[in-house]
Design a binder for this molecule. Structure first.
Ligand SMILES: Cc1cc2nc3c(=O)[nH]c(=O)nc-3n(C[C@H](O)[C@H](O)[C@H](O)COP(=O)(O)OP(=O)(O)OC[C@H]3O[C@@H](n4cnc5c(N)ncnc54)[C@H](O)[C@@H]3O)c2cc1C
Length: 376
């Protein structure tokens, strides 16, 4: 049986990042991907991702997103591919919304530059927005847009350049502990490895059916609308944003990256599904939800849909990530999963945490430990 050092299963942004970090440490990892890098069937496609630092989900993410920001700039430098555009970021909602309160908590706790704005001030500064008089916003300058497929491809290309092997179109059927090592069963036969990192996104429940972490997969529709006044949506006068509406529905969106269309979507609220069963077509119901939000918030957007796609979230019950060993007796298998719709921005930092976990079992942020679900 062929032997390798570390196998990385799945080359979405998390597997690609891990492969990149392992290769940059002088190891010779092998990445296995069932499709191709940048494919549109998982969670890492769709042109763009928000990166923001005043992290409403929990202040413990802030050091990690700062690390990731610096790492993305490093990948840009060595690959020569522009990946991150700083646009500023705006979190909007009522003063007591989870989004506004959480963003303020992280910003104040970590001394992040930010401004509190009322609705009138937001609409003066960013004329594309129409808000309710009771809305407020937290604006942070250090937020922006990551180019999704390009970033994943840059990570894989750099990993390869630094000594990683990559096999595309190769499906892994099972990852099995074997003494202190691992046997990875693929469509092309078994491989023996010293360690493995499983980064299979929404396919994780199928690959690890007996794992104790309760993951669910959620369908997410994304829409690009045409703009009546595209200049209002240009990156130098329109930030990345999230808006929590009364009742809790949250939407997010981006500046126009092509001077014509504007991408937006609802965060969560999608149907539970699997990657094999999911309806890949964006239908009338999806468009009605997006159009309703667009009409309420951006009078300058036309209802004309220029483009749409379906993407998948893999959620944990608490919506915090799962980054850690498969089990207490198997530190040689690290699982990266449950990124719950907010993982992309952290890619290279999660890759670093995964590489550290293989060297030093038990390391890594406590918030992401898989054993928090044992007996839950
Ligand atoms: C619509 C949408 C918008 C989002 N917006 C943001 C955002 O603005 N900011 C942000 O930070 N995050 C955002 N996210 C979340 C972020 O994109 C995900 O957390 C991240 O992409 C997850 O990456 P992954 O590598 O875990 O999964 P994936 O990208 O799904 O990668 C898993 C890979 O594993 C491969 N694979 C699976 N099983 C096997 C197997 N058996 N053998 C071989 N290969 C296998 C798959 O083919 C796939 O390529 C968004 C997600 C979606 C869907």
């Amino acid at each position: 049986m062929r032997s390798v050092d570390t196998v990385v299963v799945g080359l979405g942004v998390m597997g690609a990042s891990t492969l990149y970090v392992l290769a940059s440490r002088g190891l010779a990892p092998l990445g296995l991907e069932q499709y191709w890098t940048g494919h549109p069937l998982g969670s890492s496609h769709g042109e763009s991702r928000i990166i923001r630092q005043a992290y409403y989900e929990h202040p413990d993410y802030v050091p990690l997103v700062r690390e990731a920001w610096a790492a993305w700039r490093q990948v840009e430098r060595i690959s020569g591919w522009p990946l991150l555009t700083e646009t500023g970021g705006l979190m909007v909602g009522r003063p007591n919304s989870a989004l506004v309160r959480g963003a303020l908590l992280s910003a104040t706790q970590h001394l992040l530059p930010h401004e509190r704005l009322d609705a009138a001030a937001i609409m003066r500064r960013f004329p594309a927005f129409r808000l309710d008089p009771d809305d407020v916003g937290v604006y942070e300058p250090s937020a922006g847009v990551l180019m999704a497929e390009r970033a994943t491809e840059a990570l894989v290309a750099e990993a390869r350049r630094q000594g990683a092997a990559v096999h595309l179109g190769q499906r892994v059927r099972q990852v099995v502990p074997d003494g202190s090592g691992v046997v990875v069963h693929t469509d092309h036969g078994p491989l023996r490895a010293r360690s493995a990192v499983v980064a299979a996104g929404p396919w994780t429940p199928a690959l690890l059916p007996d794992w104790h972490v309760p993951l669910t997969v959620e369908r997410q529709a994304v829409t690009w609308f045409r703009a009546q006044e595209p200049r209002w949506f240009e990156p130098d006068r329109f930030p990345v944003y999230m808006r929590e509406e009364v009742g809790g529905d949250t939407f997010y969106g981006f500046p126009s990256l092509d001077a014509a269309t504007v991408k937006l979507a609802r965060h969560h609220g999608g149907a539970l599904t699997t990657p094999d069963r999911v309806a890949r077509h964006v239908g009338d119901e999806d468009l009605a939800v997006a159009r309703h939000f667009a009409a309420r918030t951006f009078p300058g957007l036309l209802p004309t849909v220029a483009q749409s796609t379906v993407c998948l979230y893999t959620d944990t019950p608490d919506r915090h990530f799962v980054v850690g060993p498969l089990g207490p007796e198997t530190p040689q298998i690290v699982v990266l999963a449950g990124f719950s719709g907010h993982g992309f921005k952290f890619g290279p930092a999660i890759g670093r945490v995964a590489a550290d976990l293989l060297m030093t079992p038990g390391s890594g942020p406590a918030l992401f430990r898989p054993d928090r679900f044992v007996g839950a």
